[in-house]
Design a protein around this ligand. Structure first.
Ligand SMILES: *Cc1c(COP(=O)(O)O)cnc(C)c1O
Length: 432
C-alpha cells in the first residue's frame, strides 16, 4: 500500500500501525486523528543516521514543528535527539512546556516582532534564522539590551524554482522569504550581520519549497549555497560554520506519487556537497536539514464517520463526513490530493464516484473530489483519509465553532491520547 504502516486483512479490513480502526473509533469516537509513533521515530532515525553518513557526525536534522506540534511530539523529538525549527511564540511555548531544550531550537519567521524576539531570547532559544535587514538590526539591538551574544543564521534565497505548487515554493528570487543572492541583498545582509555587535553569525539557511521529489533541487541549492559561502569568504574573510538546507522532502499522498529512497537522496546531497567543497577548497560546514512533512505525514490517518450520502442524478454524488476543512483545510487551500477509502470495505469494488465533503456551512468544505468508493457506502461507515499527519492538526481551525479533534498515538499495540478532544467549553474559554 501507500506506506509501510498500512495493510489489509484477508477479510478486507484496513490496518494502520497494525491496528483495526473500528475498535479505535469505538473507544475514542470520530472524527479522530491517529498517529503512528513508531513510524515517527523511524523517520527521525532515518534522518539522523543518513545525515551523519552523508555529512559527518556534526550534521543534525531539525524537526519543523509547523507540520504538527504538540507537547508529546516535542518529547519524542527530544528522545530522538532531533533539533527543532520553531516559527512562533506558540511553538516555542509548546516545546518549552514539553521540556525541550531550546538551545537546540532555530527560530524562523519572516516577521518577528520585538515581543517575539524578546520572548525567544528570554526562553533561551539557541538560534534565530534571520530573514531581512530590519530583523538583523532589531535582534542585534535587543541582544545588546539583554547583554547576550545571539547566535544567528541568515536566510538566503538561492533562486531555485522547485517546480512544485506556487503556494509552497519559497526559494525563488521574488519570494517573501529571505534575502536573494541574485540581487546582492544576501551579501549586503551578511556584511551587516558581521558588522553589528551582539550577534554570532553561525552560517546560512535556505529552504526552497515543499513536497519536492526531485533530489536535484537539493543538490542544486547545496551547490549555490556553497558558492555563496565562498563569495562571502572572499569578500569578507568570514567562513560559515553551519549550512541549513531547509526541509521539503516529498511524501506520497496517492499511489501515482513517486516512490523514492529518502536515505539515498540525503546521501546524494552529501556527495554533491563533498565534491563542491573539494572544488572550492572549503571545509564541509555543519549541515542542518528541517524536515516537517516527511517526518509526520505518513504517520497520520484521520478517521471519520460517514453521514449523508447525497446522489444528484445526472450531476454528482456527495459523501459527507463528521469533519472537514476545520480539521484538514489542505484541499480547500491547495487542492491537495489524498487517498480516501472505507477501511472496513477494502475488498469491495470502488465504483461510486463522489466528492467527500465536510460538515461546515461552506461549499468549499471539500476533503477530496473525484473519489471512488464502494457503492454500498452508507451512514455509519468509517471513512479514512490517509497521510494526514502533517499540516492537518497544525492547520486546524474552529470554523463553525467546531471543537478540534483529539490526537491518539499508536505504539506497539498500545494507544493513548496525546491531545484530548476539545469540548464546547474549551471554545468559550477566551470569551468574556
Ligand atoms: C515549511 C518549512 C520547513 C518544513 O518543510 P516540509 O516540507 O514540511 O519538510 C522547513 N523549513 C522552513 C523554513 C519551512 O518554511
Amino acid at each position: 500500500m501507500l506506506h509501510e504502516n498500512l495493510s489489509v486483512t484477508s477479510d478486507g479490513r484496513l490496518l494502520f500501525a497494525g491496528r483495526d480502526l473500528r475498535s479505535l473509533a469505538d473507544k475514542y469516537g470520530t472524527a479522530l486523528y491517529l498517529m503512528d509513533e513508531v513510524h515517527i521515530r523511524r523517520m527521525c532515525r532515518t534522518y539522523v543516521a543518513a545525515m551523519k553518513k552523508a555529512f559527518g557526525e556534526s550534521a543534525r536534522p531539525l524537526y519543523a514543528g509547523k507540520a504538527c506540534a504538540f507537547k508529546r511530539l516535542y518529547r519524542i523529538m527530544m528522545e530522538e535527539k532531533m533539533g527543532i525549527d520553531v516559527v512562533s511564540v506558540g511553538e516555542i511555548y509548546t516545546a518549552k512546556s514539553a521540556g525541550f531544550d531550546l538551545a537546540d531550537a532555530y527560530f524562523h519567521s519572516n516577521n518577528k516582532t520585538d515581543e517575539d524576539i524578546l520572548f525567544a531570547m528570554e526562553n533561551g532559544v539557541g538560534y534565530f534564522v534571520i530573514d531581512n535587514t530590519e530583523e538583523v538590526v532589531a535582534i542585534s539591538h535587543l541582544a545588546g539590551e539583554k547583554g547576550i551574544c545571539q547566535k544567528i543564521l541568515l536566510r538566503i534565497t538561492p533562486g531555485i524554482d522547485p517546480h512544485t505548487f506556487e503556494e509552497v515554493a519559497t526559494g525563488k528570487v521574488d519570494s517573501k522569504f529571505g534575502s536573494a543572492i541574485e540581487t546582492g541583498q544576501a551579501m549586503e545582509i551578511t556584511r551587516l550581520a558581521l558588522n553589528l555587535p551582539h550577534l554570532d553569525l553561525a552560517g546560512f539557511h535556505c529552504h526552497v519549497g515543499s513536497q519536492v521529489f526531485d533530489s536535484d533541487v537539493f543538490n542544486r541549492s547545496a551547490r549555490v549555497m556553497m558558492e555563496f559561502i565562498r563569495s562571502v569568504r572572499e569578500e569578507t574573510g568570514y567562513l560559515a560554520r553551519e549550512l541549513d538546507l531547509g526541509g521539503g522532502y516529498g511524501v506520497r499522498y496517492v499511489e501515482s506519487d513517486p516512490v523514492y529512497s529518502l536515505e539515498n537522496c540525503i546521501l546524494e546531497v552529501g556527495e554533491t556537497l563533498s565534491a563542491v567543497c573539494r572544488e572550492l577548497s572549503l571545509p564541509m560546514p555543519q549541515i542542518r536539514m528541517e524536515p516537517g512533512r516527511s517526518i509526520v505525514a505518513a504517520s497520520g490517518l484521520t478517521l471519520y464517520t460517514v453521514g449523508t450520502v447525497k446522489k444528484i442524478p445526472g450531476y454528482k454524488n456527495y459523501v459527507s463526513v463528521n469533519g472537514g476543512m476545520a480539521d484538514n483545510p489542505r484541499y480547500a487551500l491547495y487542492r491537495s490530493e489524498y487517498t480516501v477509502l472505507l477501511p472496513e470495505k477494502m475488498k469491495e469494488a470502488c465504483d461510486f464516484s463522489c466528492s467527500v465533503v465536510g460538515c461546515c456551512c461552506e461549499s468549499g468544505d471539500i476533503l477530496q473530489e473525484n473519489v471512488s468508493l464502494p457503492s454500498s457506502v452508507k451512514r455509519g461507515d468509517l471513512l479514512a483519509v490517509l497521510t494526514t499527519g502533517a499540516y492537518n492538526y497544525s492547520m486546524a481551525s474552529h470554523y463553525n465553532r467546531i471543537p478540534n479533534l483529539p490526537v491518539v498515538m499508536l505504539r506497539d499495540g498500545e494507544d493513548y491520547v496525546a491531545v484530548r478532544r476539545e469540548t464546547p467549553e474549551d471554545l468559550i474559554r477566551c470569551d468574556l
